[in-house]
Design a protein around this ligand. Structure first.
Ligand SMILES: *Cc1c(COP(=O)(O)O)cnc(C)c1O
Length: 483
């Protein structure tokens, strides 16, 4: 700091030399008592010289100026807004008493910490290059076949069909389970809309099921209540969509037992939980049909894509058939059913093959993120981490927590955003969505668990490429906000 402060007796020549040596783009002119007067930049000195002053004149010749400054509790957003408004790149930070505490530069503060960004490995380009070299630029080809085999080998599923998105995989999954107009489908309420929208694509009606506090996923008691209600009213759902939230499997044993005892097939939405385990077995392999997503923010990505897996060969065969316009095996173009254009491109499957190689590392990195948040913020009583039951090995796709205490999760998110840190609320439950207003909803007791998780939940930056410095920024920002 001392090297940046200068007195009015300093010559222009010395001031230029000092600017050069300190490299902050700014000097701080102080009065005799050490109080801050104004900032001095290259431009100020240049103008002084152009006004027929010489290098040996002193800074006393500078006109008085009310400089832009920041208070001690400035946010990065505030600092950048001020810099942009005045077209400057450095700002002094003053204490409430007017002492200079710091000088910040644009390049030190303008970086954002994002929630979850794509993280490429070493070999994605090679597989994509191979697609170009062999001109396999189509929604089929060797990368697609290999990606299906490699993903199935990783999760331990017998068959898989690579598709254009996770949503497409859910949609096809519902077709495979014969969900159609007038049917009802049970679905976890605490999820992203893509879990439930395909129910409506099929002309069926979603019925939403609450979460349990211990895993944040579908509550077996609520599911049982829903089944009992359906039976007493004389209907049964055509399928149950169970979502594995934020990288954690739902409690599959009791949920599956219920589905089996009522004879209703389960579609497992494992879009967020690739690489996670339930009692040692890979997430996504519990349902009659399992679904993964490779969207840009997921644990591995093909930029956009999905996979439908099943142990039943005919189901996956049929998924491929429906995904390629349901073309009958005839020499001419003949169709006996409505199909879709849902296959994954051979270029994107190349990206997926590279990503599969680093999936295990990505799981470790995300779990490490969680462990570091836990370590850095473990003593902050307002934060309650998403639990990991002993039967669960979560991939910790997103580190999630609830904020309980004086401040709302929404306020925490706003304040993190002012520090250029992207945090997000927990998914807004489907039974609270305007588009699903009027849908039925089953909860275990009078308190809706998903409502509470939504009201208090927050997801923190969790990318596998988040570095320790960025994460420390989030930790210290949160400590400050929740102090
Ligand atoms: C991302 C996601 C999907 C949809 O996957 P896309 O590949 O984006 O279509 C479905 N369900 C859940 C829970 C998701 O998080």
């Amino acid at each position: 700091m001392d090297s940046l402060t200068v007195a009015a007796t300093m010559t222009v020549r010395d001031a230029l030399a000092r600017l050069e040596a300190t490299g902050k783009g700014i000097l701080l002119l102080m009065d005799d008592s050490g109080a801050f007067l104004r900032t001095v930049t290259d431009g100020d000195l240049r103008r002084l010289l152009l006004e027929a002053n010489s290098l040996t004149d002193t800074l006393g010749k500078l006109p008085p100026l009310t400089s832009q400054t920041l208070g001690p509790n400035y946010s990065r957003r505030e600092a950048l807004d001020l810099m942009n408004k005045h077209a400057i790149n450095s700002l002094p930070v003053l204490s409430d008493e007017g002492q200079v505490l710091d000088v910040i530069r644009r390049q030190d503060i303008d970086s954002q910490v994002l929630l979850s960004t794509p993280h490429m490995g070493e070999s994605e380009r090679d597989f994509v290059e191979q697609a170009f070299l062999t001109n396999w630029i189509a929604p089929l080809g060797p990368n697609v076949d290999a990606f299906e085999k490699e993903l199935c080998a990783y999760v331990g599923s017998a068959h898989g069909a690579a598709l254009s998105s996770g949503t497409a995989a859910i949609h096809l999954g519902l077709r495979l389970l014969d969900v159609g107009p007038g049917d009802r489908v049970f679905c976890s309420t605490l999820t992203f809309a893509a879990s439930a929208n395909p129910i409506v694509y099929q002309g069926a009606e979603p019925v939403f099921i609450d979460s349990e506090p211990s895993s944040w996923n579908m509550c077996p008691k609520s599911l049982e209540r829903a089944f009992e209600a359906a039976r007493s009213e004389g209907w049964m759902p055509k399928a149950v969509i169970i979502v594995n939230l934020y990288g954690q499997s739902a409690d599959m044993d009791p949920l599956l037992e219920l589905c089996n005892s009522f004879g209703v097939p389960m579609l497992e939405d494992a879009a967020e939980s690739l690489g996670a385990r339930y009692k040692g077995r890979q997430s996504g392999t519990f349902g009659k049909v399992g679904v993964f997503s490779f969207n840009g923010n997921k644990i591995i990505t093909t930029s956009g894509g999905g996979m439908l897996v099943s142990d039943e060969a005919e189901l996956v065969e049929r998924a491929r058939f429906l995904a390629t316009q349901a073309r009958d095996p005839a020499p001419h173009y003949q169709h006996s059913e409505i199909g879709y254009n849902y296959r994954m491109s051979n270029i994107l499957a190349g990206v997926g093959r590279g990503q599969i190689k680093v999936l295990e590392e990505r799981v470790e990195s995300r779990r490490r993120n969680f462990a570091r948040y836990h370590e850095g913020l473990g003593d902050v009583v307002a934060l309650h981490w998403m639990p990991e039951p002993d039967w669960s090995f979560s991939n910790r796709w997103l580190t999630a927590a609830t904020v309980e205490g004086g401040i709302s999760a929404q306020e925490v998110i706003v304040r993190l955003s002012a520090d250029l840190i992207e945090a997000r609320p927990v998914w807004k439950p489907m039974h609270l969505q305007p588009v699903f207003a009027g849908s039925r909803y089953f909860q275990a007791s009078n308190d809706s668990v998903s409502d509470t998780l939504f009201a208090n939940g927050i997801c923190l930056p969790s990318g596998s490429n988040l570095d320790d410095g960025q994460q420390d920024r989030v930790v210290s920002a949160l400590r400050k906000i929740l102090a």
